[in-house]
Design a binder for this molecule. Structure first.
Ligand SMILES: [Zn+2]
Length: 278
C-alpha cells in the first residue's frame, strides 16, 4: 500500500496554530504528558525532582490553563514545575511561558541565538501580544544537558528552521522500562535555500546523535507532522495489550526523519523554481 512520504502542510495548517477552540492531552509514557491544540503541542516530563515543560504552545491564557489542567488531570502537581525548556524562538513554542513563569517561577532555557532572534524578528511583527515577554535564565547549546532528578535532556544545535533551533533527546519510561525519545525542534523547512540546506545538515546530525543514543521514540511539536491528534486519541484509549504508538524503534526513527528530508526536497524544488522565474 502506498503511504504518504511527507506530512501535508497547508495555509490552513498555519492558521490553525491560533485555533484555541479545543485542547487535548494524554499521558503517553509513565512520565511524559503531551498537551495539544489543533496544530501545536508541548510536553511535560516528570522527574524525581519535579516537572519540566518542553515548549509552551501559543501566548494565550487558554493554553496555560490547558497545560495546568492536564498536569492536574494525570495526578501531578503544577507546583512541581521546575523548568521550562524551549526548542526555538517562534511564538507557537515560546507561547504561554509568561503565565508559567509568573505562576511557578521555573528556570527557563533557550539558545542564546534564538533569544536574540525572538526579540529582533518576532513572527507576528504587528501583534505585540505575541512578542517575547519573559526572559531566559540559561542559554543552552550543542552538547549541553539539562538535568532534573532522574531525567537528563541532551541538547543538540539544529539550526535551519530558526538560526538557533534546538532538538532534544531524553529518557522516558513505559511500564517502568527505559526508552530514549527524540524531539526534532524545528519543523517546517525555512523559506531560503541556504537555510533549508542547513536544516538538512542539522537533521543528519540529529539522526546520528539519535542513533548513538539508541533513540526508539519519535516526538514532534506539531500535530500535522506526526498525525499527532490521532496518536493522542489512540494513547488516551489504548488498553493494556496495545502497543505504545510513540515507540517506533531505531529503524522507525530513521524513516521518521526521512519525512522531514522529503519536506526539504519539496521546499528546495519550490524555491529553485522561484529563483528560475526571476
Ligand atoms: Zn517554528
Amino acid at each position: 500500500m502506498k503511504r504518504l512520504d511527507k506530512p501535508v502542510i497547508t495555509m490552513d495548517t498555519i492558521k490553525a496554530m491560533e485555533d484555541m477552540s479545543f485542547f487535548t492531552h494524554s499521558l503517553i509514557f509513565d512520565d511524559l504528558l503531551i498537551i495539544a491544540q489543533r496544530e501545536t503541542n508541548c510536553f511535560v516530563l516528570k522527574s524525581t525532582e519535579g516537572l519540566i515543560i518542553i515548549d509552551a504552545i501559543w501566548p494565550k491564557v487558554e493554553v496555560f490553563n490547558a497545560i495546568i489542567t492536564a498536569i492536574i488531570d494525570v495526578g501531578w502537581n503544577p507546583d512541581d514545575i521546575k523548568k521550562l525548556i524551549l526548542t526555538h524562538g517562534h511564538v507557537d513554542h515560546t507561547g504561554c511561558g509568561k503565565w508559567i513563569v509568573d505562576a511557578y517561577h521555573p528556570k527557563t532555557y533557550l539558545s542564546e541565538r534564538d533569544d536574540i532572534f525572538w526579540r529582533d524578528q518576532p513572527v507576528k511583527k504587528n501583534r505585540p501580544e505575541t512578542w517575547k515577554d519573559y526572559s531566559i535564565d540559561v542559554y543552552i547549546k550543542e552538547g549541553d544537558t539539562v538535568v532534573l532528578g532522574d531525567k537528563t535532556i541532551f541538547v543538540y544545535s539544529t539550526p535551519g528552521h530558526t538560526p538557533g533551533g534546538l532538538s532534544f533527546i531524553f529518557n522516558v519510561k513505559e511500564d517502568g522500562n527505559e526508552h530514549m525519545a527524540a524531539l526534532w525542534g524545528g519543523s517546517n523547512p525555512p523559506e531560503k535555500i541556504a537555510d533549508t540546506v542547513l536544516y538538512m545538515k542539522s537533521l543528519d546530525h540529529f539522526l546520528d546523535m539519535a542513533e548513538s543514543k539508541k533513540v526508539d521514540v519519535a516526538l514532534s511539536n506539531h500535530t500535522s507532522l506526526d498525525i499527532g491528534l490521532e496518536r493522542i486519541a489512540y494513547s488516551k484509549k489504548r488498553t493494556s495489550y496495545m502497543p505504545n504508538i510513540y515507540i517506533i524503534g531505531k529503524e522507525g526513527f530513521r524513516k521518521y526523519c526521512q519525512l522531514f528530508r522529503n519536506l526539504c526536497y519539496e521546499r528546495l524544488e519550490k524555491l529553485s523554481e522561484r529563483v528560475n522565474d526571476i
